[in-house]
Design a protein around this ligand. Structure first.
Ligand SMILES: *Cc1c(COP(=O)(O)O)cnc(C)c1O
Length: 227
C-alpha cells in the first residue's frame, strides 16, 4: 500500500518537533513516547504510519480498538495500544486484554474492576490516573485536590500500581499551568510518567516533563466526526 503524503509529512514533522522540544528542554528524546492517536481512522490511514516505524498507538474507545486493531497487530509485530479515552468498568476485562497502557483511571469502581482483571489475566497494563486539572464538570478525571487520596486508595485499597498521571487541559486556556500542576502532583506522589500534550501543545508539555504525548490530528490529519 502506498503511504499517503499526509501520514508521512505529519509523522515526520511531529517527530522533528519532539526532537526539538527535547533539545530545548535538555531532555533525552528517548524519555518521550509518541502515542499516535488513530481514533476514527481506518487501516488504510494507519498502515503508512506503521510502515514509517511508529509502534505505539492510542484509541479512545474499547469497541473501536477491538474492531480495528487485531488484524493490524497480527500483521505487524511489536504494536502497543494505549487507551486514552474514558473506560466503563464493564469494559475493564476487554481493556486489560487489549491495551498496554490505560491513561484514564479516574474512579474507585474502575480501580476495583481493573484490579480484578489484572489479577485474573495476569496482564499488567501501565496505569495513568487522569487529573481534571481545570475542574471541568463535563470532563472525566480526579479533581486536583482529591488526587493524593485517590492515588493512596489505588495503592492501599485496590493494590494497583499506578505509574503516572494524565491530563487534558481546558480548550480555552493556556495549557502550561495545567501541565505544571499535573507534574507537581506526580512529583509529590513519586510517579514518573506524565501523559500530557496533544497536537496543539505537545512541545509545551515536553518542556514541562511529559513522558507520553498523545498526538492525533498532527499525524493523521483532521477527523471528520468529533471523537
Ligand atoms: C483525541 C485525543 C487526543 C489527540 O488529539 P489531537 O488534537 O488530534 O492530537 C489526545 N488525547 C485524548 C484523550 C484524545 O481523546
Amino acid at each position: 500500500m502506498q503511504p499517503t503524503a499526509t501520514a508521512w509529512s505529519g509523522l515526520d514533522s511531529v517527530r522533528a518537533e519532539i526532537a526539538r522540544a527535547c533539545k530545548d528542554a535538555g531532555r533525552d528524546p528517548a524519555e518521550v513516547t509518541l502515542v499516535a492517536v488513530s481514533k476514527t481512522f481506518g487501516a488504510e490511514a494507519i498502515e503508512p504510519v506503521i510502515a514509517a516505524g511508529q509502534r505505539v498507538f492510542g484509541e479512545n474507545r474499547v469497541q473501536e480498538a477491538k474492531a480495528k486493531w487485531p488484524a493490524l497487530t497480527a500483521k505487524h509485530p511489536g504494536i502497543e495500544l494505549h487507551l486514552i479515552g474514558p473506560l466503563q468498568s464493564n469494559k475493564a476485562k476487554e481493556a486489560v486484554a487489549l491495551f498496554a497502557a490505560i491513561h484514564s483511571v479516574d474512579r474507585p469502581s474502575l480501580c476495583e474492576a481493573l484490579a480484578k482483571e489484572i489479577a485474573r489475566q495476569a496482564r499488567h497494563p501501565l496505569l495513568f490516573v487522569e487529573i481534571n486539572t481545570g475542574a471541568e464538570p463535563q470532563k472525566a478525571g480526579v479533581l486536583p485536590q482529591d488526587a493524593d487520596a485517590f492515588l493512596a486508595a489505588c495503592r492501599d485499597t485496590y493494590d494497583l500500581t499506578v505509574s503516572g498521571l494524565m491530563c487534558i487541559p481546558p480548550h480555552d486556556e493556556a495549557p502550561g499551568p495545567h501541565f505544571a500542576l499535573t507534574a507537581k502532583i506526580a512529583r509529590r506522589n513519586g510517579l514518573k510518567l506524565l501523559s500530557m500534550g496533544m497536537s496543539a501543545d505537545f512541545a509545551v508539555a515536553i518542556a514541562m516533563g511529559a513522558t507520553h504525548v498523545r498526538v492525533g490530528s498532527a499525524i493523521f490529519g483532521g477527523r471528520e466526526k468529533k471523537a
